[in-house]
Design a protein around this ligand. Structure first.
Ligand SMILES: [Zn+2]
Length: 294
Protein backbone atom coordinates (compact mmCIF):
# COMPACT_ATOMS: atom_id res chain seq x y z
CA UNK A 1 0.00 0.00 0.00
CA UNK A 2 1.44 3.32 -1.07
CA UNK A 3 -0.02 6.19 0.93
CA UNK A 4 -0.07 9.44 -1.08
CA UNK A 5 1.96 12.33 0.36
CA UNK A 6 1.06 15.95 -0.25
CA UNK A 7 4.27 17.56 1.05
CA UNK A 8 7.07 18.53 -1.31
CA UNK A 9 10.08 18.15 0.98
CA UNK A 10 11.77 15.32 2.85
CA UNK A 11 10.29 14.76 6.33
CA UNK A 12 13.76 14.24 7.78
CA UNK A 13 16.10 16.84 6.26
CA UNK A 14 13.40 19.23 4.95
CA UNK A 15 15.22 19.65 1.63
CA UNK A 16 13.06 20.06 -1.46
CA UNK A 17 14.50 17.14 -3.37
CA UNK A 18 12.79 14.48 -5.39
CA UNK A 19 10.96 12.24 -2.90
CA UNK A 20 11.23 8.48 -3.22
CA UNK A 21 9.38 5.45 -1.95
CA UNK A 22 10.14 4.57 1.65
CA UNK A 23 9.06 1.30 3.31
CA UNK A 24 7.85 2.07 6.84
CA UNK A 25 8.48 -1.55 7.92
CA UNK A 26 11.71 -2.66 6.20
CA UNK A 27 11.14 -4.40 2.88
CA UNK A 28 13.62 -7.08 4.00
CA UNK A 29 11.02 -8.11 6.61
CA UNK A 30 8.25 -8.23 4.04
CA UNK A 31 6.99 -4.68 4.78
CA UNK A 32 4.59 -3.32 2.14
CA UNK A 33 3.41 -0.01 3.59
CA UNK A 34 5.16 2.77 1.68
CA UNK A 35 5.03 6.52 1.31
CA UNK A 36 7.08 8.88 -0.87
CA UNK A 37 8.20 11.28 1.84
CA UNK A 38 11.96 10.80 2.09
CA UNK A 39 14.60 12.18 -0.24
CA UNK A 40 16.92 9.67 -1.87
CA UNK A 41 20.01 10.46 0.31
CA UNK A 42 18.00 10.12 3.58
CA UNK A 43 16.35 6.94 2.28
CA UNK A 44 19.63 5.31 1.33
CA UNK A 45 21.39 6.46 4.54
CA UNK A 46 18.77 4.63 6.56
CA UNK A 47 18.76 1.62 4.25
CA UNK A 48 22.53 1.20 4.33
CA UNK A 49 23.07 1.87 8.02
CA UNK A 50 20.87 0.72 10.88
CA UNK A 51 18.14 -0.86 8.72
CA UNK A 52 20.50 -3.13 6.79
CA UNK A 53 20.67 -5.92 9.39
CA UNK A 54 16.97 -5.89 10.34
CA UNK A 55 16.49 -9.52 9.39
CA UNK A 56 19.38 -10.99 11.36
CA UNK A 57 17.61 -10.58 14.71
CA UNK A 58 17.34 -14.06 16.33
CA UNK A 59 13.68 -13.39 17.25
CA UNK A 60 12.89 -12.60 13.61
CA UNK A 61 14.73 -15.73 12.45
CA UNK A 62 12.84 -17.90 14.94
CA UNK A 63 9.54 -16.26 14.00
CA UNK A 64 9.95 -16.90 10.26
CA UNK A 65 11.14 -20.42 10.94
CA UNK A 66 7.93 -21.05 12.97
CA UNK A 67 5.77 -19.38 10.31
CA UNK A 68 7.39 -21.04 7.28
CA UNK A 69 4.19 -22.91 6.36
CA UNK A 70 2.24 -19.64 6.24
CA UNK A 71 4.85 -17.44 4.55
CA UNK A 72 7.14 -19.89 2.70
CA UNK A 73 8.81 -17.43 0.31
CA UNK A 74 9.51 -14.70 2.87
CA UNK A 75 10.67 -17.25 5.46
CA UNK A 76 13.05 -18.81 2.94
CA UNK A 77 14.42 -15.43 1.78
CA UNK A 78 15.05 -14.25 5.33
CA UNK A 79 16.51 -17.45 6.71
CA UNK A 80 18.67 -18.23 3.68
CA UNK A 81 20.29 -14.80 3.87
CA UNK A 82 21.58 -15.75 7.32
CA UNK A 83 24.60 -17.95 8.22
CA UNK A 84 23.82 -21.63 8.85
CA UNK A 85 25.50 -24.58 10.56
CA UNK A 86 25.86 -28.01 9.03
CA UNK A 87 25.90 -30.84 11.58
CA UNK A 88 27.53 -34.17 10.86
CA UNK A 89 28.75 -37.15 12.91
CA UNK A 90 32.28 -35.82 12.65
CA UNK A 91 31.62 -32.22 13.62
CA UNK A 92 29.89 -28.92 13.00
CA UNK A 93 30.74 -26.66 10.10
CA UNK A 94 29.74 -23.13 9.20
CA UNK A 95 28.03 -22.51 5.89
CA UNK A 96 25.57 -20.42 3.92
CA UNK A 97 22.95 -20.75 1.20
CA UNK A 98 23.61 -19.76 -2.39
CA UNK A 99 21.11 -20.42 -5.19
CA UNK A 100 19.09 -22.71 -2.89
CA UNK A 101 22.13 -24.81 -2.08
CA UNK A 102 23.99 -25.14 1.21
CA UNK A 103 27.66 -24.27 0.79
CA UNK A 104 30.28 -25.10 3.38
CA UNK A 105 32.52 -22.18 4.31
CA UNK A 106 36.06 -23.36 3.48
CA UNK A 107 38.12 -23.41 6.63
CA UNK A 108 41.69 -24.23 7.63
CA UNK A 109 42.03 -25.86 11.06
CA UNK A 110 44.94 -25.44 13.49
CA UNK A 111 46.41 -28.83 12.50
CA UNK A 112 46.58 -27.53 8.90
CA UNK A 113 43.70 -29.67 7.66
CA UNK A 114 41.09 -28.16 5.37
CA UNK A 115 37.30 -28.34 5.56
CA UNK A 116 35.68 -27.88 2.16
CA UNK A 117 32.66 -28.93 0.09
CA UNK A 118 33.34 -32.13 -1.88
CA UNK A 119 33.73 -30.49 -5.31
CA UNK A 120 36.11 -27.82 -3.99
CA UNK A 121 37.99 -30.46 -1.98
CA UNK A 122 38.52 -32.55 -5.15
CA UNK A 123 40.12 -29.54 -6.87
CA UNK A 124 42.25 -28.77 -3.79
CA UNK A 125 43.53 -32.36 -3.64
CA UNK A 126 44.64 -32.17 -7.30
CA UNK A 127 46.33 -28.84 -6.74
CA UNK A 128 48.16 -29.97 -3.58
CA UNK A 129 49.35 -33.24 -5.20
CA UNK A 130 50.50 -31.42 -8.36
CA UNK A 131 52.36 -28.84 -6.27
CA UNK A 132 54.17 -31.55 -4.33
CA UNK A 133 55.28 -33.16 -7.62
CA UNK A 134 53.21 -36.36 -7.46
CA UNK A 135 53.04 -38.24 -10.80
CA UNK A 136 49.85 -37.92 -12.87
CA UNK A 137 48.92 -41.62 -12.43
CA UNK A 138 49.26 -41.41 -8.63
CA UNK A 139 47.22 -38.20 -8.60
CA UNK A 140 44.44 -39.92 -10.57
CA UNK A 141 44.48 -42.91 -8.26
CA UNK A 142 44.27 -40.58 -5.22
CA UNK A 143 41.22 -38.86 -6.72
CA UNK A 144 39.61 -42.24 -7.44
CA UNK A 145 40.17 -43.27 -3.81
CA UNK A 146 38.72 -39.93 -2.69
CA UNK A 147 35.58 -40.35 -4.84
CA UNK A 148 35.07 -43.90 -3.57
CA UNK A 149 35.91 -43.22 0.08
CA UNK A 150 33.17 -44.17 2.57
CA UNK A 151 31.57 -41.56 4.75
CA UNK A 152 32.86 -40.74 8.26
CA UNK A 153 36.03 -42.85 7.76
CA UNK A 154 39.54 -41.41 7.69
CA UNK A 155 41.23 -42.65 4.52
CA UNK A 156 44.79 -42.21 3.23
CA UNK A 157 44.46 -41.41 -0.49
CA UNK A 158 48.17 -40.71 -1.03
CA UNK A 159 51.15 -41.14 1.35
CA UNK A 160 50.58 -38.69 4.24
CA UNK A 161 47.35 -37.35 2.68
CA UNK A 162 44.20 -38.20 4.59
CA UNK A 163 40.55 -37.33 3.95
CA UNK A 164 37.23 -37.81 5.77
CA UNK A 165 33.87 -37.27 4.11
CA UNK A 166 31.31 -35.68 6.42
CA UNK A 167 27.72 -36.27 5.29
CA UNK A 168 25.53 -33.51 6.74
CA UNK A 169 22.74 -34.78 8.93
CA UNK A 170 21.15 -31.45 9.69
CA UNK A 171 21.38 -27.89 8.46
CA UNK A 172 20.20 -25.22 10.87
CA UNK A 173 20.28 -21.46 11.38
CA UNK A 174 23.35 -20.22 13.20
CA UNK A 175 21.50 -18.06 15.72
CA UNK A 176 24.77 -17.14 17.45
CA UNK A 177 25.52 -14.98 14.40
CA UNK A 178 22.26 -13.04 14.89
CA UNK A 179 22.21 -9.48 16.05
CA UNK A 180 19.41 -7.82 18.00
CA UNK A 181 17.56 -5.32 15.89
CA UNK A 182 18.82 -1.76 16.13
CA UNK A 183 16.20 0.18 18.10
CA UNK A 184 16.44 3.00 15.58
CA UNK A 185 14.40 0.80 13.20
CA UNK A 186 11.19 0.89 15.29
CA UNK A 187 11.86 4.60 16.03
CA UNK A 188 12.00 5.23 12.28
CA UNK A 189 8.86 3.19 11.58
CA UNK A 190 7.02 4.90 14.43
CA UNK A 191 8.08 8.42 13.36
CA UNK A 192 7.06 7.76 9.76
CA UNK A 193 3.71 6.32 10.86
CA UNK A 194 3.19 9.42 12.98
CA UNK A 195 3.80 11.44 9.80
CA UNK A 196 1.03 9.47 8.02
CA UNK A 197 -1.22 10.21 10.99
CA UNK A 198 -0.58 13.97 11.32
CA UNK A 199 0.30 14.75 7.69
CA UNK A 200 2.21 17.94 6.96
CA UNK A 201 2.19 18.91 10.67
CA UNK A 202 5.28 16.62 10.73
CA UNK A 203 7.15 19.58 9.11
CA UNK A 204 6.59 21.58 12.30
CA UNK A 205 9.94 22.95 13.45
CA UNK A 206 9.20 22.40 17.15
CA UNK A 207 12.23 21.15 19.14
CA UNK A 208 10.19 18.06 20.18
CA UNK A 209 9.90 16.85 16.58
CA UNK A 210 13.41 18.01 15.68
CA UNK A 211 14.84 15.83 18.45
CA UNK A 212 13.28 12.76 16.83
CA UNK A 213 14.50 13.74 13.34
CA UNK A 214 17.98 14.24 14.82
CA UNK A 215 17.93 10.70 16.29
CA UNK A 216 17.34 9.30 12.78
CA UNK A 217 19.75 11.63 10.98
CA UNK A 218 22.59 11.25 13.52
CA UNK A 219 21.64 7.59 14.06
CA UNK A 220 21.69 7.86 17.81
CA UNK A 221 18.75 7.55 20.21
CA UNK A 222 18.24 10.55 22.47
CA UNK A 223 16.89 9.05 25.73
CA UNK A 224 15.22 12.31 26.69
CA UNK A 225 13.09 12.36 23.55
CA UNK A 226 12.32 8.72 22.90
CA UNK A 227 12.24 5.44 24.81
CA UNK A 228 11.89 2.04 23.14
CA UNK A 229 10.66 -1.10 24.88
CA UNK A 230 11.30 -4.46 23.24
CA UNK A 231 8.58 -6.99 24.07
CA UNK A 232 7.45 -10.38 22.86
CA UNK A 233 3.96 -11.80 22.80
CA UNK A 234 2.94 -15.38 23.31
CA UNK A 235 2.48 -16.46 19.71
CA UNK A 236 3.73 -16.17 16.17
CA UNK A 237 1.20 -14.73 13.72
CA UNK A 238 1.89 -14.07 10.02
CA UNK A 239 1.26 -10.34 10.34
CA UNK A 240 2.88 -6.99 10.92
CA UNK A 241 1.11 -4.12 12.64
CA UNK A 242 1.59 -0.52 13.70
CA UNK A 243 -0.60 1.27 16.23
CA UNK A 244 -0.51 4.91 17.25
CA UNK A 245 -1.87 5.47 20.70
CA UNK A 246 -2.64 9.15 20.90
CA UNK A 247 -2.27 9.78 24.58
CA UNK A 248 -1.70 12.61 26.90
CA UNK A 249 0.94 13.38 28.20
CA UNK A 250 2.67 11.68 25.27
CA UNK A 251 2.13 9.41 22.25
CA UNK A 252 3.14 5.80 21.98
CA UNK A 253 3.56 3.92 18.70
CA UNK A 254 3.67 0.12 18.76
CA UNK A 255 5.40 -1.75 15.97
CA UNK A 256 4.61 -5.47 15.93
CA UNK A 257 6.51 -7.85 13.68
CA UNK A 258 5.37 -11.39 12.86
CA UNK A 259 2.86 -11.02 15.69
CA UNK A 260 5.63 -12.03 18.04
CA UNK A 261 8.14 -9.23 18.41
CA UNK A 262 6.84 -5.85 19.50
CA UNK A 263 8.47 -2.51 20.05
CA UNK A 264 6.73 0.19 22.05
CA UNK A 265 8.13 3.54 21.01
CA UNK A 266 7.40 6.27 23.56
CA UNK A 267 7.73 9.76 22.09
CA UNK A 268 8.26 11.36 25.48
CA UNK A 269 7.61 14.95 24.43
CA UNK A 270 4.99 14.57 21.69
CA UNK A 271 1.30 14.64 22.61
CA UNK A 272 -1.46 13.96 20.08
CA UNK A 273 -4.85 13.29 21.59
CA UNK A 274 -7.58 11.20 19.98
CA UNK A 275 -8.38 7.71 18.77
CA UNK A 276 -6.03 4.82 18.10
CA UNK A 277 -4.84 4.61 14.52
CA UNK A 278 -4.07 1.04 13.44
CA UNK A 279 -2.34 -0.51 10.42
CA UNK A 280 -2.26 -4.27 9.83
CA UNK A 281 -0.60 -6.31 7.13
CA UNK A 282 -1.47 -10.00 6.84
CA UNK A 283 1.67 -11.57 5.47
CA UNK A 284 0.01 -14.78 4.23
CA UNK A 285 -2.70 -13.10 2.15
CA UNK A 286 -0.98 -9.75 1.52
CA UNK A 287 -4.06 -7.87 2.82
CA UNK A 288 -3.39 -4.49 4.37
CA UNK A 289 -5.80 -2.28 6.28
CA UNK A 290 -5.78 1.03 8.11
CA UNK A 291 -8.45 1.99 10.59
CA UNK A 292 -9.27 4.22 13.51
CA UNK A 293 -10.22 2.41 16.70
CA UNK A 294 -12.26 4.47 19.13
ZN1 LIG B 1 16.14 13.98 3.31
Amino acid sequence: MNVPWEGNKCILCFLERELCEEHLIPESLGGKLTCNFLCRPCNSNIGHSFEAKANSDPSILLAVSNLRNHIPILAKTISESHPHLGRSKSGVIEGYFKNNEFKVKSKKLKNNSLIQTTDIARKSIKKILQKSGVEKAKEESAIKKFDASPENVKLEISPGFEVIKWPLQKIELDLSKGKLMNLLIPVKTAFEFLALDIGEVIYNKSPQLQEIRDCLIKQEINDEAVKVERLSSGEYVPMHGIIVERNNPYSIVQVRLFGWLAFKVHFLKIAIEGERFVYTHKLDTGDESVCIVK
